[in-house]
Every structure is written in structure tokens, then in C-alpha cells.
Design a protein around this ligand. Structure first.
Ligand code: NCD
Length: 328
């Protein structure tokens, strides 16, 4: 694996499977009464958030704390960034404080890449979402959730998502989640179909390793997982569809549409959800929707990423077998 995690496209199949397998080990820790490992004791992880976030920020914080790292949470609102301080000066400040890893979310696509390749900081850089570009840890936690649901918790170890059919629906144009998922899921052997109104399909999508359809009803019966994307109003500077009603009617997931999916198929959403827009409340709250499970899996997956980037060669979790070996 590389020293930084900037893009899901940088991960090989073996890197991705290693992260998912490590995340399974981390998830076992979450089942214990004491959910903490000493692995990153003495290391400092900085969460550098220039854009709003609920799930991703607290998930990285929980992940770093469960690995016993010291965590510094920085949000641009209320910091010297509001006074016009540059990314460079912010980065130099973090370096002076001895950050071993910087988890960055930024409204500008490419900001994490700049940070990783600038020489301003020595630590590992993890992209927690940059503009409309990428969100690799979201794709990893999504793949982890799919592997568990579609292959199985134990049966999934060492496995990828070969032959699984994944449909990603909605505002693909503005979605870093969709971009990262297309890269990662195809690396893991899945077949990805994007479904969106023509106005919300990115230019150049022909070069992406996936299919594109405008007909959700036709694709649903052939899907093992259906990932609904939020309509990202904050990134829209024009009208991309006539009305909300029209959007929901053609691209929203309601109970009738969900009934067209195979029985084993799951509904996913990265959050935050626009209930009533891309997904009805009944579908969001149904057993087939993994949104809350994705949040829990996010902590295990981010623990795995931080451990693999910072942890060195020590095993993350001492298993009973390893302890028995030690006592021989
Ligand atoms: C996503 C994001 O921020 O890109 N959310 C998340 O990280 N859970 C998707 C979104 O905002 O719609």
C-alpha cells in the first residue's frame, strides 16, 4: 500500500482486500466490552475538516481513539482559516505539532493530493472527501458492508466482490462517493451500473469502467446492491431537473421499486439522506437498508486504514491463537 490514501483508484485488489480483512479484525474489537487497542499509542491523528461533516468526522475520531492515538479535531469554521490563512500555513502548523496522520476533508478537489505531495508535512494523508473528486474511505466501508451482506462475515475473508452487480443511483455528477465506488468496486471485480438523469451524469463517463442507464426500473431486478446518492443541492449552480417531485418519481427509491429488487439485494445510502427525495422514509427505515450499518462499519474500516498506514508490522489484534503461540 502507498503511504497516503488519496484515491480509491490507487488501491490494488490486494490492498483493498487487505483493508477489508483488517477491518473485520477491527470489527471484532468493537464486539468486546472494552473497545480499545493500544496499537497507535503515542501517535497523533489530526482531523482537518474544511467542509461540514457528521458521520465521517466522528467516525475517524472514534477510529483513532479506539486505536489509542491522540486526536486533534480541527474545523475551518472558527479557526484562522476564516481569517484567510492558507492550506500551507495550516499544514505547517500541524507539522509543528507533530501530526503523524492528517485526515483532510476539503471543498477543493485535489486538496489532499496537494497536502500529500507538498513537503509541508511528513505524516500520512487520508482523503476524507475532496470536492466532487473522491472519498476513498466511504467506498471502502461500502465495499465492506457489501462483502458482509452478499458474501458473508467469515466467508468473505480474503474474498472480493467478483460478479456482484452494484447499481449507483442519483446525483453522480456531484458525488465523490460514486467516483470512489466505481474505482474500488471494479477493482474488486464487481459490475457497476450508474443510473441518473442525463443532466447529472458527468462528462467523460464513457471512460469510466461501468455502464450507464437512465431507466432505474429496468436495472433494479438485476442488482445485488442499490446505492442511493444524496441530491447535493449545495454543489448545484443551475437547475438539473424540473421539480423535486419529477426527480423522485423517476429516480427515487420507494417501496414499490424496492419490491423489484431480488430478495437478497440491499439498499445503501452514505448519508445524509434527503428522506422523501432520493429515498422514501419507509425504505430508509426498512431492514433492507444498510445506512446505519454503514456508519458502524465506517469505524472498523477507518481503524483498518489508520492502522495500515501508521501501525507498522505489529499485528493489529492479538488473537487467541497468537497468544497461545506466545505461551508455548
Ligand atoms: C458523503 C460526502 O460527504 O461526500 N457523505 C458522507 O461522507 N457520509 C455524501 C453526501 O454528502 O451526500
Amino acid at each position: 500500500m502507498k503511504r497516503h490514501l488519496i484515491s480509491a483508484a490507487d488501491l490494488t485488489r490486494d490492498d483493498a482486500v487487505l483493508i477489508l480483512d483488517t477491518a473485520e479484525e477491527m470489527a471484532r474489537v468493537a464486539d468486546r466490552p472494552i473497545k480499545k487497542l493500544p496499537t497507535l499509542r503515542g501517535r497523533t491523528v489530526v482531523n482537518l475538516f474544511f467542509e461540514d461533516s457528521t458521520r465521517t468526522r466522528i467516525s475517524f475520531e472514534a477510529a483513532a481513539k479506539r486505536l489509542s492515538a491522540d486526536v486533534i479535531n480541527f474545523s475551518a469554521k472558527g479557526s484562522s482559516v476564516s481569517k484567510g490563512e492558507s492550506l500551507k500555513d495550516t499544514a505547517l502548523t500541524l507539522e509543528a505539532m507533530g501530526a503523524d496522520a492528517v485526515v483532510i476533508r476539503h471543498h477543493a478537489s485535489g486538496a489532499p493530493y496537494r497536502l500529500a505531495n507538498s513537503g509541508w508535512i511528513d505524516g500520512a494523508v487520508v482523503n476524507a472527501g475532496d470536492g466532487t473528486h473522491e472519498h476513498p474511505t466511504q467506498a471502502l466501508l461500502d465495499a465492506f458492508t457489501m462483502r458482509r451482506r452478499l458474501v458473508g462475515r467469515d466467508a468473505g475473508i480474503g474474498q472480493d466482490l467478483s460478479g456482484r452487480r452494484i447499481t449507483i443511483v442519483g446525483d453522480v455528477l456531484h458525488s465523490r462517493v460514486a467516483r470512489s465506488n466505481v474505482h474500488l468496486l471494479t477493482t474488486l471485480g464487481a459490475e457497476v451500473t450508474l443510473v441518473a438523469p442525463p443532466t447529472l451524469v458527468p462528462v467523460g463517463v464513457e471512460s469510466w469502467p461501468c455502464e450507464v442507464s437512465y431507466d432505474l426500473d429496468a436495472v433494479l431486478p438485476k442488482s445485488d446492491a442499490v446505492m442511493m446518492l444524496r441530491v447535493q443541492r449545495e454543489r448545484m449552480n443551475a437547475a438539473f431537473f424540473p421539480t423535486e417531485r419529477e426527480y423522485s418519481r423517476r429516480y427515487g427509491l420507494d417501496g414499490d421499486r424496492m419490491a423489484k429488487m431480488p430478495e437478497h439485494a440491499v439498499v445503501m445510502h452514505p448519508g445524509p439522506m434527503n428522506r422523501g427525495m432520493e429515498i422514501t422514509a419507509a425504505v430508509a427505515d426498512s431492514d433492507r437498508c444498510t445506512a446505519v450499518e454503514q456508519v458502524a462499519n465506517g469505524v472498523s474500516t477507518r481503524m483498518a486504514v489508520l492502522y495500515l498506514l501508521l501501525g507498522g508490522s505489529e499485528p493489529a489484534v492479538t488473537t487467541n491463537n497468537a497468544r497461545t503461540e506466545e505461551n508455548k
